[in-house]
Design a protein around this ligand. Structure first.
Ligand SMILES: Cc1cc2nc3c(=O)[nH]c(=O)nc-3n(C[C@H](O)[C@H](O)[C@H](O)COP(=O)(O)OP(=O)(O)OC[C@H]3O[C@@H](n4cnc5c(N)ncnc54)[C@H](O)[C@@H]3O)c2cc1C
Length: 372
């Protein structure tokens, strides 16, 4: 499997359109078409269902490279992977072709978890599924769904009909009657994501459920969370790396002619660049360590899964802020595209589980308190 041969054309197309995707707040259709074509939508899915059979390290590499050229495309890709993994673990029996379609790129998937009632506490949907006749009636307001109106399937959460206090996950084809995009959406960053609200008032066969009744919470925590946190951290690292590179390039190139030196010759600027670079290196190492622990699980794997996203999200805020600072007015005036990295980097921090929630979870974990 030559990942770089698959990835190169995607990076080229995503990079070509990144600026106007951001400026116009439009879905990056060209880059998503290239992703479908590349086979990378099936990156982490097993070979026997048409995937590439790759693992956490490859995901980090692809995701961070993509984020470095177009944050919106990277996050769309991440939501697809995060929806694909629970489908692989618990394929809905009523949709026997879904996993192959998600792997071969004919179906783009996303997660519809967040609700206005429980906000960033994605593990606690307040919508309640009901049984009507032989089917499930799913009624929910979803507050943010990346790729809404562009994905072919959404994995939606709801309180379970079968178990008191349990959660169910259902695969909802986008063309199901009663599944509606309630946009428009405008964000300060990741402006191409189409992360709009959705309303769901739809009849769904029981057989569209992933796993047994009430198994959704476990799927969210054991399957979605590790892949989402890993990939979200990789997006933060990709944006951070792009900001460090752009800042080094700019401060080395521009000159203070009256002093006959570059901006990077100023000790304060050099020190800022050094701090950004060290921050990036330590975050990348933490991310690689986490990926390794997902390949070969250890007792502290979950601790890494919790900690790495908070660390990478916060590092991205620090690094992109410092990059704006050292590049001064040139960054503020947009032509360096640093402002895009700065704005895009702020999304990861508030995407659930938010960095602050993760600090709380991590604190509970190391003091032997229950997470929920
Ligand atoms: C670009 C983008 C794309 C998204 N895509 C999707 C998607 O595809 N699918 C989906 O389901 N959702 C998606 N989301 C939603 C996301 O996961 C969160 O649900 C949403 O950002 C939460 O925003 P809120 O204002 O409702 O958070 P709130 O819950 O109101 O949080 C506000 C603040 O309170 C803090 N806070 C909350 N609880 C605690 C706690 N226990 N301890 C400490 N601090 C706490 C939070 O960290 C945050 O800083 C997306 C969000 C963004 C920004």
């Amino acid at each position: 499997m030559d990942l770089s041969a698959r990835l190169s054309p995607v990076l080229e197309i995503a990079g070509e359109h990144a600026r106007d995707v951001d400026a116009d707040g439009r879905f990056p259709s060209e880059a998503v078409a290239a992703l479908r074509e590349s086979g990378l939508l099936g990156l982490t899915l097993p070979v026997d269902v048409g995937g590439l059979g790759a693992g956490p390290h490859e995901l980090v590499s692809v995701m961070s490279s993509l984020a470095g050229v177009c944050g919106s495309t990277a996050m769309i890709y991440l939501m697809h992977i995060s929806a694909a993994m629970p489908i692989a673990v618990a394929p809905p029996p009523g949709m026997p072709k879904l996993l192959n379609q998600v792997a071969d790129g004919s179906v783009l998937a996303s997660l519809a978890f967040s609700e206005p009632g429980s906000r960033s506490h994605f593990w606690a949907p307040v919508s309640q599924a009901r049984r009507e006749g032989g089917d499930i009636q799913l009624q929910a307001r979803k507050s943010w769904v990346t790729s809404a109106g562009h994905a072919e399937v959404y994995i939606a959460s709801t309180r379970s009909v079968d178990t008191e206090g349990g959660v169910d996950l259902f695969a909802l084809p986008a063309d199901t009657a009663g599944v509606d995009v309630a946009g428009p959406w405008r964000g300060m960053g990741l402006r191409g994501n189409s992360s709009t609200p959705m309303t769901i008032d739809a009849q769904v066969p029981d057989s569209n459920r992933l796993g047994d009744g009430g198994s959704g919470f476990e799927l969210m925590l054991q399957t979605v969370l590790p892949w989402f946190n890993l990939g979200n951290s990789a997006v933060s690292v990709g944006l951070s790396r792009a900001a460090v590179d752009a800042a080094i390039r700019h401060t080395s190139a521009v000159r203070l002619e009256h002093l006959d030196q570059s901006l990077s010759s100023l000790p304060t600027i050099r020190a800022q660049l050094a701090k950004m670079s060290i921050d990036l290196a330590s975050t990348s190492a933490y991310l690689a360590e986490t990926a390794g622990r997902l390949v070969e699980p250890q007792d502290d794997t979950m601790l890494y899964v919790l900690g790495v996203k908070a660390a990478a999200n916060d590092a991205a805020l620090r690094i992109t802020d410092a990059a704006m600072r050292v590049c001064g007015g040139a960054a503020f005036s947009e032509h360096l595209q640093l402002d895009r990295f700065f704005r895009d980097a702020r999304a990861g921090h508030v995407m659930a589980p938010t960095a602050d929630v993760l600090y709380d979870f991590y604190g509970k974990a190391i003091t032997n308190q229950p997470l929920f």
